[in-house]
Design a protein. Structure first.
Ligand code: GRG
Length: 294
């Protein structure tokens, strides 16, 4: 199976799993369930589910286990996007090529969609027998730590406080490691933990891979925000500069940002060396992230 075929088959499984774990609109409260489904289904690159599946292949995880973990990761990710787009945060009206949830519905509904998606993620992790009880506990802890105050929510707090400020490159990196890196790292770790329990060395190598890919993802996001257009991105382009937000492009410039993304792709590949061809999909995903701008 080549990479494109692999991606297609994983994406198909991800959509089915999301459909399975999202409450149907036929159940009350219908409007909340409709809005959750509007936010999650039919859009997005599904980077976190893809990382989760690729890492799970390393440890022989069952498809059913990976489907639950990947659905949880995507629901949490969408929750963060819905809240991030609200007027009290980034105030955006376009996401995945569609009106954002607070624009299509209202602010209260956007808050509730985010809240409910976060809860639903933990339902997915702990429902049925997709994951063994020890794995449920391990994955629940990974996800909870990644999205709390020392992870995604903490990174978002630093981000909001940094508007209009000059950050050093190190401070910018810390913010991104928490805001987007922590969930990407959890995607890789949760995939691996859904299979045969990985040893400490394996987890260390996967952490190094995830750190490089996570940062590359952010550098690429900054480059695209500065160089692409809203129609291509499906979200408002040029927003970082307009909002006076520190980015890799504003701190080190466009050419150095491109060079950094390429360097991080090499770092990601180097971290996978101990796994040989077993990590082929993870390596290809690092290429996919960076090749958008190189
Ligand atoms: C509200 C607690 C809370 C956190 C929000 C992740 C985040 C923190 C905000 C997202 C804002 C943003 C645009 C960050 C830049 C990088 C990023 C995460 C982009 C969106 O992720 P993609 O590119 O989006 O994977 P798709 O739509 O493809 O899933």
């Amino acid at each position: 199976m080549n990479f494109e075929q692999w991606m297609r088959s994983v994406l198909e499984r991800v959509e089915k799993a999301l459909e399975h774990y999202l409450p149907p609109e036929s159940i009350a409260p219908a409007r909340l369930h409709e809005a959750m489904r509007y936010a999650v289904l039919g859009g997005g690159k599904r980077v976190r589910p893809l990382l989760c599946h690729a890492a799970g292949e390393l440890t022989g995880a069952r498809a059913e286990s990976l489907e639950a973990a990947a659905a949880a990761l995507e629901m949490v990710h969408v929750y963060s996007l819905v809240h991030d787009d609200m007027p009290c945060m980034d105030d955006d009206d376009l996401r995945r090529g569609k009106p954002t949830v607070h624009v299509k519905y209202d602010d209260a509904m956007a808050l509730l969609v985010g809240d409910a998606l976060q809860s639903q993620a933990f339902v997915a992790l702990t429902e049925g027998a997709a994951l063994a009880p020890a794995q449920q506990a391990a994955l629940t802890r990974e996800l909870a730590l990644a999205i709390g105050s020392i992870g995604m929510a903490g990174g978002q707090a630093i981000d909001l406080a940094s508007v209009g400020k000059k950050l050093t490159r190190e401070e910018l990196e810390t913010m991104h490691r928490m805001k987007t890196g922590a969930l990407l790292r959890a995607s890789v770790r949760m995939g691996a933990l859904a299979g045969e329990t990985p040893d400490a060395q394996t987890l260390r190598a996967l952490d190094a891979y995830a750190a490089a890919v996570g940062l590359a993802f952010q550098v690429v996001d900054d480059i695209l925000d500065a160089t692409s257009d809203s129609a291509t991105l499906g979200k408002t382009a040029g927003k970082d500069a307009k909002d006076d937000k520190p980015t890799y492009v504003s701190i080190i410039g466009l050419d150095a940002s491109r060079a950094l993304a390429v360097q991080l792709r090499s770092d990601a590949h180097a971290a996978l060396e101990p796994f040989g061809t077993r990590a082929q999909r993870l390596a290809e995903l690092a290429d996919l992230v960076v090749n958008r701008v190189s």
